[in-house]
Design a protein around this ligand. Structure first.
Ligand code: 13P
Length: 252
């Protein structure tokens, strides 16, 4: 596998500035330059400048949890543009997280627009896709994931996936402690890679596809052993330094 594993921590709306400092200090101490995997931290917007500062000189990367669907500057109260995220040291940004889709009404079109806005600003989008439990039980996993990925391919073109990451996050596995089995995840990852591969085999082969949903130190190794799982997008366990480092080491 030529794809370098990526272990991304999505802190969501958790912690304080002091908690963040302690977490970052513990994590940076556990990641050496030249490690065979990349660690990425995605704190809340307001902590980005501080986290970026604490990580100066380390190999740990910084990303954001969301981005405005508009470029540049403008009258968009409450929004943060890709250029602003770049200024505070972000290399990546999560788009289309299921919580954004479910709680804030983000449609496939909005997600695709954010994906393009990220790339226009020089950020690598991490596009999240995944089915609900109801959809899985109705055997709609593939059709849901296909619709979510297709919306981005249609808007941005398959070439855009040369500089993007996809995260498969089954909604029923997020924050529930109920992880997809390595086989369940692998099946969807291979399906996604196949979708991209039908259009461009080289881009598909280089595309990082992360798994997210109750990844822990104890299950990380078996997930990352699967051929099409290139790392993890980790929520709860990314807030506990020892646990997140264990996940990181499972990929490295
Ligand atoms: P948990 O790891 O807490 O299940 O969250 C996954 C997630 O939503 C990461 O984006």
């Amino acid at each position: 596998m030529t794809r370098k594993p990526l272990i991304a921590g999505n802190w969501k709306m958790h912690g304080s500035l002091a908690d963040s400092r302690a977490l970052v200090d513990a994590l940076r101490a556990g990641v050496t330059a030249g490690a065979p995997a990349t660690m990425l931290l995605c704190p809340p917007y307001v902590y980005l400048p501080a986290v970026n500062g604490w990580l100066q000189g380390s190999a740990v990367a910084v990303g954001a949890q969301d981005i405005a669907d508009k470029p540049g500057t403008g009258a968009y109260t409450g929004e943060v543009s890709g250029q602003m995220l770049r200024e505070v040291g972000c290399s990546h940004v999560i788009v289309g997280h299921s919580e954004r889709r479910a709680l804030y009404g983000e449609t496939d079109v909005v997600v695709a627009t954010k994906f393009k806005a990220a790339q226009a600003a020089g950020l690598v989008p991490i596009a999240c896709v995944g089915e609900t439990l109801e959809q899985r039980e109705a055997a709609q996993t593939r059709s849901v994931v296909e619709r979510q990925v297709e919306a981005i391919v249609e808007a941005a073109g398959v070439q855009a996936f040369a500089k993007a990451v996809i995260a498969y996050e089954p909604v029923w596995a997020i924050g529930t402690g109920r992880t997809a089995t390595p086989e369940q995840a692998q099946e969807v990852h291979a399906f996604i890679r196949g979708m991209i591969g039908k259009r461009d085999a080289t881009i598909a082969a280089g595309l990082s596809i992360l798994y997210g949903g109750s990844v822990k130190g104890a299950n990380a190794r078996s997930l990352f052993a699967m051929a099409d799982i290139d790392g993890g997008l980790v929520g709860g366990a990314s807030l506990v330094a020892a646990e997140f480092l264990e996940i990181f080491r499972a990929a490295a």
